[in-house]
Structure formats: C-alpha cells, structure tokens
Write a protein that binds this ligand. Structure first.
Ligand code: SF4
Length: 71
C-alpha cells in the first residue's frame, strides 16, 4: 500500500474489509500478512490511484489452483 498515492475512494475497504479499512481519508492495511485472495487482487485492480501493490501488501496464495485460474 502506497498511502501517499491513496485518494480515499474507499473502494478497497468496501470490497475487501477483512484486509483494508479507512483511516480518515486514506486506506490502511489491517491484515498485511493475509493470503493473497481474489478480493485483494480485485481491490488492487480497481484502485483508482493504483496505490495497492499486491506483491508487497499480501503474500502469494498457497493454493496453486487459485494462482492458476486467478480465483
Ligand atoms: S481503493 Fe485505492 S484510492 Fe481508494 S481508498 Fe483504497 S487505496 Fe485509497
């Protein structure tokens, strides 16, 4: 998460509340050690500021099938 790039849309916190939350007008990661899930990937893709870097904000999925088919 690049907090300086966050524009406070709240999309990530709404779509993936188990990982992201709003702290004032910026998002914060509340579960940084979480498994990379489809919801986290989707939050990264839909972030209007491209502030969510899934390579550093979450770990790779331990489920090879999840990585293989993107789910
Ligand atoms: S989706 Fe992006 S811009 Fe919107 S709150 Fe989350 S990190 Fe910030």
């Amino acid at each position: 998460m690049r907090a300086d790039d966050c524009v406070g849309s709240g999309i990530c916190a709404a779509s993936c509340p188990q990982v992201f939350a709003m702290d004032g007008d910026r998002a914060v990661v509340i579960a940084p050690e979480t498994t990379l899930t489809k919801a986290v990937r989707m939050a990264s893709l839909t972030c209007p500021a491209e502030a969510i870097d899934v390579s550093t904000s979450a770990q790779s999925s331990p489920d090879p099938q999840e990585d293989a088919d993107g789910r």
